[in-house]
Design a protein around this ligand. Structure first.
Ligand code: BDP
Length: 571
């Protein structure tokens, strides 16, 4: 089992954020290992961490690695009797890490945290941390790449930003403390049921107390334990349920004692809610749920895919302004900070792994399945306690293949076992048959009639969309979310009658799509592609290396369509 509990600060736990300016060196000839850069290098340039490297300099924007980072740190004296861990929020794509010259590990795949126990390696004085990051594109990796049509050669439609993308934290915890917490909530007539599992580092006899703060009182469960696992069930009478309108969060605190003395405390915020599919509808807390929202990208000028707190706040406020209540983490897991805010602000999330455009080429199949399992396991471990997360998405737009059904069935079963409490989907593209919908809990479709097909003909596109949606529903009899629909739109470009790329065309396209979707009872959600314009590789369909399907520009200014969505969704 993988434990990846987010570091917090209290009397027993501390962390230091290593964000700032590090040293950086492009390894253009891939000689860094030979030249022992792992022991430190002297000609580095300053670089901001976290952020992608690609747009920080005037050169080498399209160079995907290796790139080498280094920094130094020391740890406080009072960490001496603690477990010390080094935690990376996200490094894209392959990270190799050295501490004081020693290789401490490797992690493949961007967008998810990984960490190393460095208790026995770390010095109080100066420590040298070196990270080699390799983001090259390959058909073996997930997402797979290598199509020669664009540059860099991505198979996917977003720029392959590289680097240390989220904060690097150094944290200390009690050696025999809490390792992990899993919370599942349920509703039983007028009670909220909170099932808690706590994993401990050791099997020592330990007393523990769980405290759920409910208004001015506390619901507690006390246990004495000789195993590594503590389990408890708390019942809240007449709970305040978590909903997008009232995203109520309770504080759940775990305390560990040894001979009556507290030695570890961890507090998390939890929301009491249920999510399920019945017939052709989606239900939150037993009430029908309809999703309005967007696909989005972690993307901003200069910082690339790097963690930017102000942009996260801005995007939530833009989404709220349009009337959205949800988003899909297209096409990879977003930062943990964004997930926390979604809990707090009442957004529902379809949480997706970076399995974009899977190819099912036989020679890569096993490796892709292993990587997808790793991604979903890391994601579920990281995000399993967020009330905002309601659906896991196993892939976006896999290619058509007779092998895909078995592949996804295996991944589906693997995910259900990790988390039986949430729904599972995958997202399919126009013209691709996907038999995995036979077992998925809910169907997600990306459709671009009147854009990639029926170009310039919105009425005709809508007719085709309508026919296809009915056909798919008849076949699978499951609720459907239209998880992408949109048009590239140049801000300030106008046409009457509406023409492709004009703001009028985007408005008319979205209006007609939304009217159609609302007329079909089995449609339970609509996610516009995209919240904002975003950077892509260069190619003939992406002017200036930008996908212009945002209803906001890349610097977050509304196009006409954003106002139109606000009108339609707020109704
Ligand atoms: C969809 C993809 C998305 C693209 C979008 C588009 O899921 O990543 O950006 O098309 O073409 O097929 O704009």
């Amino acid at each position: 089992m993988l434990h990846i509990l987010y570091p917090i600060r209290n009397n027993y736990r501390q962390y230091i954020d290593l964000s700032g300016f590090w040293d950086f060196q492009f390894d253009l000839d891939n000689q860094g290992i030979e030249k022992n850069w792992n022991e430190g290098f002297s000609n580095g340039d300053p670089i901001a961490v976290p952020a992608s490297w690609n747009d920080q300099f005037t050169e080498n924007r399209d160079f995907l690695g290796p790139g080498w980072y280094q920094t130094t740190f020391s740890i406080p004296w009072d960490w001496n009797d603690k477990k010390v861990v080094l935690r990376f929020g996200s490094v894209n794509y392959l990270a190799d890490v050295w501490l004081n010259g020693e290789h401490i590990g490797t992690h493949e795949g961007g967008h998810l945290p990984f960490e190393f126990d460095i208790t026995n390696l770390v010095k109080n004085q100066k420590n040298l941390l070196v990270v080699r990051v390799d983001g090259h594109l390959s058909p073996e990796r997930v997402p797979p790449s290598g199509r020669p049509y664009n540059f860099p050669n991505t198979n996917f439609d977003f720029f392959p930003f590289c680097g240390i993308h989220r904060p690097v934290l150094l944290y200390s915890i009690p050696k025999e403390g809490i390792e992990d917490i899993t919370v599942i909530t349920n509703i039983d007539s007028d009670s909220g049921i909170v099932l808690v599992k706590i994993n401990l580092a050791n099997e020592h006899p330990i007393e523990s107390r769980l405290i759920l703060k409910v208004d001015d009182t506390e619901i507690t469960a006390e246990k004495s334990n000789k195993r590594k696992l503590i389990e408890a069930r708390l019942e809240v009478k007449n709970p305040k349920l978590w909903t997008p309108e009232n995203p109520y969060l309770y504080d759940l605190t775990m305390e560990l004692f040894n001979n009556g003395e507290v030695f570890d405390i961890y507090t998390i915020k939890i929301g009491i809610r249920t999510i399920e599919v019945k017939g052709d509808q989606l239900f939150l807390n037993g009430k029908p749920l309809y999703l309005y929202g967007f696909g989005r990208h972690e993307d901003f000028p200069v910082t690339g895919r790097g963690y930017l707190p102000a942009v996260i706040i801005k995007d939530f406020s833009l989404m709220k302004w349009t009337g959205a209540n949800s988003f899909r983490t297209t096409h990879y897991p977003y930062s943990e900070q964004m997930m926390n805010l979604a809990d707090r602000l009442g957004f529902l999330i379809i949480n997706e792994i970076p399995a974009v455009g899977l190819t099912f080429i036989k020679k890569h199949l096993d490796r892709h399945l292993t990587l997808c399992k790793q991604y979903i396991q890391e994601l579920v471990e990281r995000d399993k306690n967020h009330p905002s997360v309601i659906i896991w998405s196993l892939a976006n737009e896999p290619r058509s293949s007779p092998l895909s059904k078995d592949f996804f069935h295996e991944l589906y079963k693997f995910t259900k076992k990790l988390d039986p409490s949430r729904l599972i989907t995958l997202v399919n593209s126009q013209g691709v048959e996907n038999r995995a919908f036979e077992f998925c809990d809910i169907v997600c479709l990306n459709r671009y009639y009147a854009w990639y097909t029926d170009q310039g003909q919105i009425e005709k596109g809508i007719e085709h969309l309508s026919e296809e949606l009915d056909k798919i529903f008849r076949r699978y009899q499951k609720p459907i979310i239209l998880s992408e629909f949109g048009t590239d739109t140049i801000p300030g470009w106008h046409a009457q009658p509406p023409e492709m790329f004009s703001e009028e065309y985007q408005v008319e396209f979205l209006t007609k799509y939304i009217d159609l979707l609302k007329s079909k009872s089995y449609i339970v959600g609509q996610h516009v592609w995209n919240l904002c314009d975003f950077k892509t590789s260069q190619g003939i369909v992406r002017m200036g290396g930008i996908n212009y399907k945002g209803v906001f520009t890349r610097d977050r200014r509304p196009k006409m369509a954003a106002h139109q969505l606000k009108k339609m969704w707020k109704k």
